[in-house]
Write a protein that binds this ligand. Sequence first.
Ligand code: PBG
Length: 330
Amino acid sequence: MTEATFPSLRMQRGRASPWMRAMLAEHRLHPSDLIWPLFICDGDDCEEPIAALSGVSRWSIDRLAGRVRLAAELGIPCVALFPNTPEALRTDDAKEALNPDNLLCRAIRAIKDAVPEIGVLTDVALDPYTAHGHDGLVDEGRVLNDETVAVLAQQALVQAAAGADIVAPSDMMDGRVAAIRQALEVAGHHDVAIMAYAAKYASAFYGPFRDAVGSASRLKDDKRGYQMDPANSDEALREVALDIAEGADMVMVKPGLPYLDVIARVKERFGMPTFAYQVSGEYAMIEAAAAAGAGDRDALLLETLIAFKRAGATGVLTYHALDAAKLLNG
Ligand code: PBG
């Protein structure tokens, strides 16, 4: 391409006014790009603020629908649900994950009842249910892949039966997407989609989330034996390729901002619906920066969200979804 040079070419012509900038914008953020993660607690009429995530709370089921309705009214297409399982129900075998009346399943039904127009995404992993806080079954400190996959397939079925629209395996076990897809097909849940946490890293940015679902204090070691090494991105492409081959409808990269290069490579290589999870530690970082006077909160969050779009993400899971949607709706 032959382009003019200065002074015939002046790049600032394209930036001189708000209307010109709007007209030339290459990417746009819309409320429909956002998925809102919500934490659920047991009990009635309660809101439990999460200390490590200022502005984020756990909600009891009776108050959850009101939050979800707000999201729907603002144009957010989907919510992601995370239960804080009561202590007494956490066991080594995670059997509460398979209880059709567990906190999560009751929440799914309540939302489907009250706000049927919004999508419900559920996390498939055992960490909110295990006594040790790992995503899988553990023997002598090692996560048992195949035994865990069998439970995950059952867990996905329980969630689908309760009304989940998208099941999202976040556990990083090998072969789980195929097992879940097959279980869903056999059970007749043909329309339940799988969003695979395909490239999920063993990240230091998950801390506040683990507080929110009550697994932080239980977890004695890290998850590096099954989650990805932050040093790798060729490996992320192999992980994504596997999940697509196994039947994932959409893939996810997690965390978000520190892994924009991975999102860009995944989108470029596979052309699949590709989601980014702006995780709890990223949310906390933006809130802390704003509280410290290091930047304007609204501007910071919108800039990070458009960065995901620029990198090629189809959409973003973010705890800022409601605030972002409000800002975008003016
Ligand atoms: C666990 C799960 C985690 C997150 C989503 N699902 C934490 C982990 O892997 O330890 C993290 C989300 C966040 O930090 O916001 N299956």
